[in-house]
Design a protein around this ligand. Structure first.
Ligand SMILES: NC(=O)c1ccc[n+]([C@@H]2O[C@H](COP(=O)([O-])OP(=O)(O)OC[C@H]3O[C@@H](n4cnc5c(N)ncnc54)[C@H](O)[C@@H]3O)[C@@H](O)[C@H]2O)c1
Length: 254
């Protein structure tokens, strides 16, 4: 699908964690396919700055949002409904991780990772999914991870807990909405070469392990994740629900 096609014309799509490494590529792809994008992240100014750089900046909305704050979800969706009158899709992309393994992780950090990456995603399904249902149906896309399914490099226990829950919550919610016009799917990136990730690990043994464990022999890109999101957000995937789409260079096939 060439960028700049009109597959998402007239769709209003919300993206959380929109100014992060993969978020910016998701927003750019959705905008290039014709969507009006509601870009939210912790820093409202960063959202505004980012939206100003994508196609047709005037049709998009940039909003500051902490996805763990349930009251803020209600506020943001009120703003969305006032501006557009509808919501067609939400991409629950905002998350945090922790590298610590099963023995090294602290209870405090474990709870925080679950709060943002698991509970934040559930709140997104609950509130944005309800608006999507009420305004004519559409799609929920939860950004999960290969660590929602397999053990990866044997670290990141809290992140694995949260993403495992995102994977199963996706299927649970898909069944809830199966006959009510809302589809729910998860996208599972492998190791993706976002700028923040590379800045931290390039040249390190961890980076080498991520590449070595990927059958295609390289890290993925945010653009490649965004292409999967665009498919699931729009009507091309109208008979797809409760499924998991891996963008992992073959990691989970090995
Ligand atoms: N980069 C990878 O290799 C990789 C691999 C698998 C899955 N993922 C998933 O892809 C998604 C995007 O990851 P990324 O690499 O762009 O990470 P990132 O850290 O660059 O971006 C995450 C964004 O979420 C935002 N965020 C954090 N806490 C928040 C909160 N409480 N409320 C609202 N926003 C919050 C951050 O501000 C940030 O902009 C995440 O769900 C991540 O788990 C990434």
């Amino acid at each position: 699908m060439p960028e700049g096609s009109s597959r998402l014309t007239d769709k209003v799509v919300m993206v959380t964690g929109a100014t992060g490494g993969i978020g910016v590529d998701i927003v750019a792809r959705l905008a290039a396919e014709g969507a009006s994008v509601v870009a939210t992240d912790l820093d409202a100014d960063a959202c505004r700055e980012m939206v100003g750089r994508v196609d047709r900046p005037d049709v998009h909305l940039a909003v500051g949002q902490d996805i763990t704050d349930e009251d803020r979800w209600a506020d943001v969706l009120r703003i969305v409904e006032d501006r557009y009158g509808t919501l067609d899709a939400v991409v629950n992309n905002g998350a945090i991780g922790s590298l610590a393994g099963v023995v090294d992780e602290s209870a405090e950090q474990f709870r925080r990772v679950v709060e943002v990456s698991q509970t934040g995603t559930w709140l997104g399904m609950k509130h944005a999914g309800a608006l999507i249902e009420r305004t004519g149906g559409g799609s929920v896309v939860n950004i999960c991870s290969i660590l929602g399914t397999v053990g990866g490099l044997g670290n990141s226990i809290a992140y694995a807990a949260a993403k495992g829950a995102v994977r199963t919550m996706t299927k649970n919610a898909a069944l809830h909405w199966a006959q009510r016009g809302v589809r729910v799917n998860s996208v599972h990136p492998g190791f993706i070469a976002t700028a923040p990730l590379l800045a931290r690990y390039e040249g390190s043994p961890r980076h080498a392990a991520m590449v070595a464990g990927t059958p295609m022999g390289r890290l993925g890109t945010g653009v490649e994740v965004a292409a999967a999101v665009a498919f699931l957000a729009g009507d091309d995937s109208r008979f797809v629900t409760g499924t998991e789409l891996y963008v992992d260079g073959g990691w989970t096939a090995a």
